[in-house]
Design a protein around this ligand. Sequence first.
Ligand SMILES: *[C@@H]1O[C@H](CO)[C@@H](O)[C@H](O)[C@H]1NC(C)=O
Ligand SMILES: *[C@@H]1O[C@H](CO)[C@@H](O)[C@H](O)[C@H]1NC(C)=O
Ligand SMILES: *[C@@H]1O[C@H](CO)[C@@H](O)[C@H](O)[C@H]1NC(C)=O
Ligand SMILES: *[C@@H]1O[C@H](CO)[C@@H](O)[C@H](O)[C@H]1NC(C)=O
Ligand SMILES: *[C@@H]1O[C@H](CO)[C@@H](O)[C@H](O)[C@H]1NC(C)=O
Ligand SMILES: *[C@@H]1O[C@H](CO)[C@@H](O)[C@H](O)[C@H]1NC(C)=O
Ligand SMILES: *[C@@H]1O[C@H](CO)[C@@H](O)[C@H](O)[C@H]1NC(C)=O
Ligand SMILES: *[C@@H]1O[C@H](CO)[C@@H](O)[C@H](O)[C@H]1NC(C)=O
Ligand SMILES: *[C@@H]1O[C@H](CO)[C@@H](O)[C@H](O)[C@H]1NC(C)=O
Ligand SMILES: *[C@@H]1O[C@H](CO)[C@@H](O)[C@H](O)[C@H]1NC(C)=O
Ligand SMILES: *[C@@H]1O[C@H](CO)[C@@H](O)[C@H](O)[C@H]1NC(C)=O
Ligand SMILES: *[C@@H]1O[C@H](CO)[C@@H](O)[C@H](O)[C@H]1NC(C)=O
Length: 745
Amino acid sequence: MKSRSISLLPWLLLRCVTITLLISLTASQDNRKANTSIHQLLFNHSLTYIVYMGNQPQLQSQLSSASLHMSMLQRVIRSNIGPGSILRNYRKSFNGFAVKLTEEEARIMAGMGGVVSVFPNRKRKLHTTRSWDFMGFSQQVERSTTEESDISESFNGTGFGPPPTKWRGSCQVSANFTCNNKIVGARYYKSDGEFGPDDLPSPRDTDGHGSHTASTAAGNLVSMASLYGFSSGTARGCVPSARIAVYKICWSDGCDDADILAAFDDAIADGVDIISLSLGSSNPHEYFNDSIAIGTFHAMRNGILTSASAGNDGPSRSTITNVAPWFISVAASTIDRKFSTKVQLGNNNIYEGISINTYDLQNVTYPLIYGGDAANISGGFTDSSSRFCHQDSLDQNLVKGKIVVCDDLVSGEGPFSAGAVGALMQGQRRRDRAFSFPLPTSYVDTNDGSDILLYINSTRNATATIYRSTEGNNTLAPIVGSLSSRGPNPITPDILKPDISAPGIDILAAWSPVNPVSEVKGDPRFVPYNIISGTSMACPHVTGAAAYIKSFHPTWSPAAIKSALMTTATPMSSAKNLDAEFAYGSGHVNPIKSLNPGLVYDAEAIDYVKFLCGQGYSTNLLQLVTGDNSSCSETIRGTVWDLNYPSLALSVFPFESNNISSHVFNRVVTNVGSPFSTYKASVTAPGGLKIQVNPNVLSFTSLGQKQPFQLTIEGTIIESTVSASLVWDDGVHQVRSPIVVYVVS
Ligand SMILES: *[C@@H]1O[C@H](CO)[C@@H](O)[C@H](O)[C@H]1NC(C)=O
Ligand SMILES: *[C@@H]1O[C@H](CO)[C@@H](O)[C@H](O)[C@H]1NC(C)=O
Ligand SMILES: *[C@@H]1O[C@H](CO)[C@@H](O)[C@H](O)[C@H]1NC(C)=O
Ligand SMILES: *[C@@H]1O[C@H](CO)[C@@H](O)[C@H](O)[C@H]1NC(C)=O
Ligand SMILES: *[C@@H]1O[C@H](CO)[C@@H](O)[C@H](O)[C@H]1NC(C)=O
Ligand SMILES: *[C@@H]1O[C@H](CO)[C@@H](O)[C@H](O)[C@H]1NC(C)=O
Ligand SMILES: *[C@@H]1O[C@H](CO)[C@@H](O)[C@H](O)[C@H]1NC(C)=O
Ligand SMILES: *[C@@H]1O[C@H](CO)[C@@H](O)[C@H](O)[C@H]1NC(C)=O
Ligand SMILES: *[C@@H]1O[C@H](CO)[C@@H](O)[C@H](O)[C@H]1NC(C)=O
Ligand SMILES: *[C@@H]1O[C@H](CO)[C@@H](O)[C@H](O)[C@H]1NC(C)=O
Ligand SMILES: *[C@@H]1O[C@H](CO)[C@@H](O)[C@H](O)[C@H]1NC(C)=O
Ligand SMILES: *[C@@H]1O[C@H](CO)[C@@H](O)[C@H](O)[C@H]1NC(C)=O
């Protein structure tokens, strides 16, 4: 939490200035109010807060909840409040509003009746790799108006009938954007109204992330899709016949909580079936201080499963932040494809690096120079920045027409804008996936990098060429990418997160024709399909699989669909994966098997309420959240181990690890396989750990029948994290749950 406030400081200052300007302009007709606002803003650091009020009362009209919000605000601010103070009212699917408040006002507001939580409107980020891996992220693009009016073949509405009758959403027709029978709804959200120069006030995707994720989940079949011949084949979403509604909440400055909640408020009311959310924050937050946990909770109560990306802050442990048990959290793994890019030096040595290099230098050699020998001294740079080839740090006169060697994985903007012909980057991080760069580039390891630097030193006339990439078979796949955020779960240690893994490394999917391949300004390559990586790319694979299940089993609850996905996932190798289950959860998604799981671990809203009672949330808070009379009595307060979750996790203190006392997990399985079936439990566990299942045979005589069982863990663990599993097997279905026992540090 400490590091969070530190890292946010520059941002807070910046935001204060901007908000001040906005207010003083909009409120200029009311001097008195303007003075008050400016005073507050300058001296009390007014910020946008989310006031979350739980369930939307059935009887309350949307109008009256807006006036309720206003009267609450009046009680807190005690002065005339302009119409612009409340940025958003949430009043369709849950209750709350986004409002500018001082810290003191926020504190008072949090104590008011009916308020669940008040938390600052924070920025989230997309879970692609660009936004965090490369500094100098740029979305500035040359716009091509002819291309801009095109619609990707992945979203062509020809052949689709009108939207389903249950669809209640709308299409914000604006700035060169219309919907069709494939994209049946589209809206954009920017509560603060602060559009950057590259932001289009339209649902239109100017970045590519939205097209990529949407087409992965539900894009049409498009034959012969490729990136300049790479990854060529038929591009298709998991459910090509599904319709898509898009809610654009992310902009060049990130994704605001206020907008995330507004999109959930609408999407739930619009009648969507599954929500795909490829974004998140870097820091974990308590469930009801977290816009994603709140939005997904209300979605779950309305029968909508959300698939959310785990995050791209791996491989460090406990970096996952999308962790609420009522949605499914998705890790990113490799697929059977890898890109390598050969480099040949003037001495004929050949090195193999990693990148997606669509350029062909035709075997022509170019002079080779080390970035550390080419500092832009007149620009105030030294070799300590030019060796990393940072933007502007290179002397154009020295690198023009040459291949530059850089001491790290960087975006390539520095060499590109300085006029270099190519770049060789060297480093060890993020070598399990391939990046696109704006110029011919290969990313070699540090051993090869040292060789190349020795060669440069050994001759006055160093030269090199870079070959077009070749595509190979990654036979080790699937392995969870190093970028993928890991467990343990920082909020509820005994709920295993992430839940599942799906392809997220080097994924080809639809792209916005206005953002170039490398996302670097000036890159002339504009394409309909691009290859990128991230848990953002993994999430829609699971979204698509969930939609696939829902199309066969329309009455299944979000928890049942999630259980089907998790218990049929293909187990992954803990030997090949750093952090085992904390990297991949139940394993690799298997859409075909998930249609027919045999048994499911079902859960309804009340089960999550019991869980939340057990986590210490009060009756008062939970009644607001649910809008019913749930109360945390002894009978309803459930331990975390009793939440009917399709995986099992137990955290123990170091002193317990050699004598873990008996912990009981209660579970209930529902028969969705054959009416008459008998399942036997089979447990695998390392020596020393005793896991018992009681009863260990379950017999069913009808579909929908439920059978409870208890699983008990005790004994000793000799490593800090151990993996075990429970499989219910009837000879046809293997219903597998991973079990993780680990020592908390
Ligand atoms: C607001 O500021 C203006 C100009 O600074 C001043 O004339 C006016 O009296 C102020 N109003 C109040 C209510 O302080
Ligand atoms: C703003 O802060 C000042 C000084 O900290 C305080 O005197 C004043 O009452 C605050 N105003 C509001 C509206 O909170
Ligand atoms: C977050 O939630 C906790 C517990 O519900 C609460 O004590 C805290 O004040 C909340 N923080 C914010 C910023 O709302
Ligand atoms: C959509 O597909 C139809 C039929 O294949 C084709 O005629 C039409 O040109 C496509 N539309 C767009 C915008 O690509
Ligand atoms: C929309 O397209 C027209 C040309 O068809 C172009 O002039 C205009 O700039 C575009 N608008 C935006 C916001 O891109
Ligand atoms: C480049 O060299 C490779 C072998 O090193 C050869 O196979 C290829 O044909 C050459 N390409 C051109 C354009 O000369
Ligand atoms: C050095 O960097 C500055 C920008 O900081 C740039 O304007 C200038 O062209 C660069 N000089 C050379 C020789 O590359
Ligand atoms: C290349 O030479 C420079 C100075 O001549 C030296 O500082 C550097 O370490 C050498 N690089 C390598 C890789 O040997
Ligand atoms: C450097 O290479 C060029 C051709 O690539 C050649 O003409 C020149 O003689 C070489 N100079 C030295 C010092 O090796
Ligand atoms: C990669 O190799 C595996 C077997 O080693 C094979 O099953 C798979 O189809 C191959 N993939 C590609 C893309 O060639
Ligand atoms: C809630 O109250 C109603 C009557 O007001 C009662 O029928 C119902 O059982 C109560 N539910 C719970 C969970 O207490
Ligand atoms: C393990 O702990 C239990 C109490 O929880 C105790 O009765 C037992 O003697 C302990 N066993 C060992 C080997 O320390």
